[in-house]
Design a protein around this ligand. Structure first.
Ligand code: ARG
Length: 563
């Protein structure tokens, strides 16, 4: 039952306002002793020419209170207290009937959303910062798909640009084949760094790099093969991380994919009279928008990152006819995306308004003693493995006989890290602190997963649930609060989508776990005296587990049955 709707209908029976408007006006009171829903009477006071307090009082006398425990007037508000037991019954039955679909909707039906996320650079480390875009993009993908949108996940790989000419040059000069096969990213990184060091002493190297990139652009076989090999080796490394995270993409069309699609875009820009000469380079002027020009072609004729993004945006619109095009990329690229969207707009593409840059913060470490391979970069894979190891240590200490320890440690360890990335407003920096992240109490992944496993363990102990549930006694504060939280799942997802902020759902699942633990601590479920009430409580446990599982799933986090 949709109680908010019911409140609206009851009010509608007595006043002359549109039902939808009434529903919009209904508020959730800040404190539960003020009821579950409140209707403010200010709006009515204009048409009825009466004080809102008086209207509230009169309405209270007239209104039909069936389905509610009571209805009270407080100042200008009419407060509705739902019948706790029937509310709880409704929501439990709904969750159990809908199962893994609970929380979903069809509001996005027929709308395509492209989501550009993760998008690492070939031959460069997949570092801890990349988890931000990967986890946020993946969560947005899952949440929007859950609401009926058709999402297209795009990994816009950084696999094109002058750096590949440099890399080919470096490869020919210094690459160690054995190291390349064994640890490709580190070897490619090593020779790339060496190239820059050497080029400082011998600037002609830069020309050599440019020459190789030109050959690559022109499709020469040897350069193309080398580039492909770097790409394959890198992707193999990246895929290992994606497998750990359970992240997939619908498209791996990276920057190189647009190599043959840029001319058409450049021509279009030119035709619209936007292409301007600037010291030999071709640019689109944006001073009117207080931005530096968007460079389309450098003086040497080479295209850049922005050119490829212009081609990519146009291609995505043509191919997917998106309703929204989302780019999950660090805040340091804000200017790039502003220039990109403005240029598209100048080209006459109204749909540029549907393109959104979703930015995020930085990752910092409270305790720098993280095992890094080399240099300052922390590989994400190392971070995830460390989390798994640390989790396994805890399991070995607390529950050494647990079955599938490795599997469990993997889910909890990786889940804990992902949870941390999705816990706060995405523009806030993360201060990474192992103690906090892996703690079992506190607002953490392990805490939520532990709540789930605890619920599952109760259900296992109870065995098959047979017989009818009597929900009439599920009217305690804890039971009602938990049921109310379960009821808010869909709303929280819709809010998260609206703000493109996965943390809303992370916070939501934390509150489910908290309410569950309060309920669990206040009521001895297995010792509930009368059997029908016990069954009702077990069903509440079952519904809670379902909601936790669904919510964590949207965040890209798996659950474990035992821990
Ligand atoms: N490869 C880029 C980087 O690592 C991110 C690409 C984001 N997507 C885009 N369409 N520009 O910074």
């Amino acid at each position: 039952m949709d109680y908010k709707r019911l409140v609206a209908e009851r009010i509608k029976e007595n006043v002359d306002l549109e039902l939808d408007l009434i529903e919009k006006l209904i508020e959730i009171p800040p404190k539960s002793d003020m009821g579950d829903y409140a209707f403010p009477c200010f709006q009515l006071s204009k048409t009825l020419r009466k004080a809102p307090n008086m209207i509230a009082q009169e309405l209270k006398e007239k209104i039909n209170n069936k389905g509610f425990e009571k209805i009270e007037n407080l100042g200008p508000y009419l407060n509705f207290f739902v019948d706790k037991a029937s509310f709880t019954k409704d929501i439990i039955e709904k969750v159990l009937a809908q199962g893994e679909k609970y929380g979903s909707s069809e509001i996005g039906k027929g709308k395509n959303i492209t989501i550009d996320y993760s998008s690492p650079n070939i031959a460069k480390p997949f570092h801890v910062g990349h988890l931000f875009t990967t986890a946020i993009g993946n969560a947005i993908y899952k949440m929007m798909s859950f609401q009926g949108y058709k999402c297209i996940g795009i990994n816009h790989l950084g696999d094109w640009g002058t750096q590949f000419g440099k890399l080919i040059s470096a490869y020919k000069r210094w690459c160690n084949e054995e190291a390349l096969e064994k640890d490709p990213i580190n070897e490619l990184l090593r020779i790339y760094v060496k190239f820059h060091d050497e080029a400082e002493k011998d600037p002609s190297l830069e020309d050599e790099g440019r020459m190789y990139f030109k050959r690559l652009e022109d499709g020469y076989e040897e350069e193309t093969e080398l580039w492909q090999r770097f790409k394959d080796l890198s992707l193999k490394e990246f895929k290992r991380v994606y497998d750990m995270l359970n992240v997939e993409f619908d498209s791996y069309a990276g920057e190189s994919f647009y190599n043959d699609k840029m001319d058409a875009v450049i021509e279009e820009i030119d035709k619209k009279g936007l292409l301007v000469d600037s010291n030999g380079a071709k640019v689109v002027m944006l001073d009117e928008y207080n931005m530096p020009p968007c460079i389309i072609k450098k003086a040497d004729g080479a295209t850049i990152y922005a050119t490829r993004d212009l081609a990519a945006a146009t291609y995505r619109k043509k191919t997917y006819d998106f309703y929204k095009s989302i780019y999950v990329v660090g805040v340091d690229q804000s200017l790039h995306f502003k220039q990109l969207f403005t240029t598209l707009k100048l080209m006459g593409h109204e749909w540029a308004n549907d393109c959104k840059h979703i930015a995020f913060g930085l990752v910092r470490f409270a305790d720098k003693k993280l095992s890094t391979r080399k240099g300052d970069v922390i590989f994400l894979e190392d971070l995830l493995n460390e989390s798994i190891d640390k989790t396994l240590e805890v399991i070995n200490e607390k529950n050494p006989n647990l079955e599938n320890k490795e599997e469990v440690a993997k889910k909890i360890g990786i889940g804990a890290v992902v949870f941390t990335y999705l816990k706060n407003n995405r523009e806030k920096d993360i201060i990474f602190d192992w103690k906090e992240i892996l703690s079992f109490d506190g607002e953490t992944g392990p805490y939520v997963q532990y709540s789930y496993a605890r619920g599952k363990s109760i259900l296992r102990k109870a065995g098959a649930i047979e017989g009818n549930a009597d929900y009439s006694k599920l009217n305690s504060k804890e039971e009602f609060e938990l049921a109310k939280t379960l009821e808010g799942f869909n709303k929280s997802i819709l809010y998260a989508i609206d703000k493109l902020e996965p943390y809303v759902v992370t916070r939501y699942v934390i509150s489910v776990a908290k309410d569950f633990n309060k309920f669990y601590n206040a009521h001895n479920i297995m010792n509930t005296e009368d059997e029908a009430t016990k069954i009702a409580r077990l069903k509440l446990v079952e519904a809670t587990c379902q909601v936790i599982k669904n919510a964590l799933g949207l965040l890209g986090i798996g659950v474990v049955e035992k821990m």
